[in-house]
Ligand binder design. Structure first.
Ligand code: DGP
Length: 116
């Protein structure tokens, strides 16, 4: 756990969130600033500042994130229409919270990724 990291505190239950999933490796919770009808953040329980900091030793965590994204998309009813899983890295990537997180977005047409 990293001091002053809001996502570490959410994982630990020290800050409130609408939680969709938690297991030994990852936690999924509602994004506070929804960009789509379904907007869930999927994060490793352990602190990494971004996905670029994660390597072979974290392959299981990254695999779990992809698996949980698919399960939640089905559970939340967006699997048939489609969804997006995206992670931002660093300043140019638009990252604001420096604890690796993947945005699971769905429930509306998301448009071309590079159009925003
Ligand atoms: P990014 O730009 O990829 O770093 O996205 C960070 C996201 O985190 C942004 O969509 C808003 C969300 N967020 C920031 N603070 C909180 C919080 O305290 N709780 C929750 N649930 N989401 C947060």
């Amino acid at each position: 756990m990293s001091e002053d990291c809001i996502f570490c505190k959410i994982v630990a239950g020290e800050l409130p969130s609408k939680q969709f999933h938690q297991d030994d490796l990852v936690t999924a919770f509602q994004d506070i600033s929804e960009q789509a009808p379904l907007h869930v953040l999927i994060v490793p329980n352990q602190h990494f500042k971004d996905v670029g900091e994660m390597g072979d030793a974290q392959a299981e965590i990254l695999g779990r994130i992809a698996q949980v994204a698919g399960q939640l998309a089905t559970q939340e009813g967006v699997a048939s229409n489609g969804w997006r899983l995206v992670t931002n890295v660093g300043r140019d990537g638009g990252q604001e919270v420096f604890h690796t997180h993947f945005h699971l977005l769905g429930g509306r047409p998301l448009g071309p990724l590079l159009a925003r």
